[in-house]
Design a binder for this molecule. Structure first.
Ligand code: TYC
Length: 105
């Protein structure tokens, strides 16, 4: 019996769907150079909020000083926002114009 409703030869193709577990997007946190924030303050920020040792922190501070900015860490959206807020608040509290921003990777 060849009824068109029972026929399995309609030319359709079964397509394998991708497993749809996306990794959450990551965000670069960047420090920007300025002419006024003391170098030691920036080093302290990198140690305190980004867990760097003194020599790592000094190296990254110098990169920002010379190049204008540097990525200081890559985090989930929520953690990146927290880091930016912590740095901005700490800089303001000490009356330094240091700027910290985030950007989707
Ligand atoms: N340019 C600053 C100075 O000469 C030092 C500095 C480094 C400031 C890094 C900000 O993110 C910064 N005192």
């Amino acid at each position: 019996m060849s009824d068109k409703f029972e026929d399995d030869t309609d030319g359709s193709v079964a397509v394998q769907t991708k497993p749809k577990t996306k990794r959450p997007p990551l965000y670069k946190v960047m420090l920007l150079n300025d002419d006024y924030t003391p170098m030691e303050f920036v080093v302290h920020v990198l140690e305190r909020f980004f867990g760097m040792n003194h020599s790592q922190a000094f190296e990254i501070m110098l990169t920002v000083h010379k190049k204008g900015l540097a990525v200081v860490g890559v985090f989930s959206h929520e953690i990146a926002e927290t880091k930016v807020s912590q740095v901005m608040e700490f800089a303001q509290r000490h009356q330094h114009p240091l700027q910290c921003t985030m950007e989707k990777e």
